[in-house]
Design a protein around this ligand. Sequence first.
Ligand code: FE2
Length: 252
Amino acid sequence: MKQPYLNFQVDHMTLLLQPRLYSVAYAIFRVVFGVQAADILYDKRKEWEKGQGEKSMTYALMIGKADETPRELMNTIVAVVQPSEPLSRPSHVREMLDGHQAAAHWQHIALRTPDLISFHEHALSLGVNFVTPILNDAEEDLIQVFSGEWFFPGMKASGMFFEFLERHPSQTKQQKLQEQNRQSWFRDRTFDGLYEEKEREYQSGKVTPFIDFELIELIEKQINGKSTFQLNADDLKACEDIMRNYAAKKNK
Ligand SMILES: [Fe+2]
């Protein structure tokens, strides 16, 4: 019998970021994830040395509000993966752990959306990279897509990325997707699909970033050393325009 106090819901996730990615990530959350000013729960500042100015220590953003999701979908799930390959074989999972001298590493956060196709189009139009097309997991009755990893030029790939998923997609949506990508659609075991793709990336040494390094540099230029708490609506609009123009040029 499971005790009631052992019923856990995801409350929040904490992400450590290098200073170089800290403000860029803030812009990404605001622009790509649609975080509004009112959804910034806090942005704590501290002046470590007198006269050096305040630094942002931590910010928290609400990327989703409670909705009408049926109770049976509101389960809290942890998926655990180990490098199961023999030592003689390469393994991106082993590399992600060893490369960061980490015994444990939260690899991806899966975010559920009520409309994956629209989110996917929105993200693509802002220059977000995905490592797979939208995949169908018939067994779980869900569709999902995996983003590139969060890192920046001159840094090892972080091993951290996002999964976006929609549960119980309608027949119409399934058909639309099926027409878009015939080969990958029928890969019924999406874990294998992602696993193989990540393995291929790590072996080739070319890990897809969440957004291209070139675009990160353009956003950094726009942010121009401002702290997260100094970024206003105009700054974010400018970031959005940069992302949109970059993606339009790239996808042409
Ligand atoms: Fe997942």
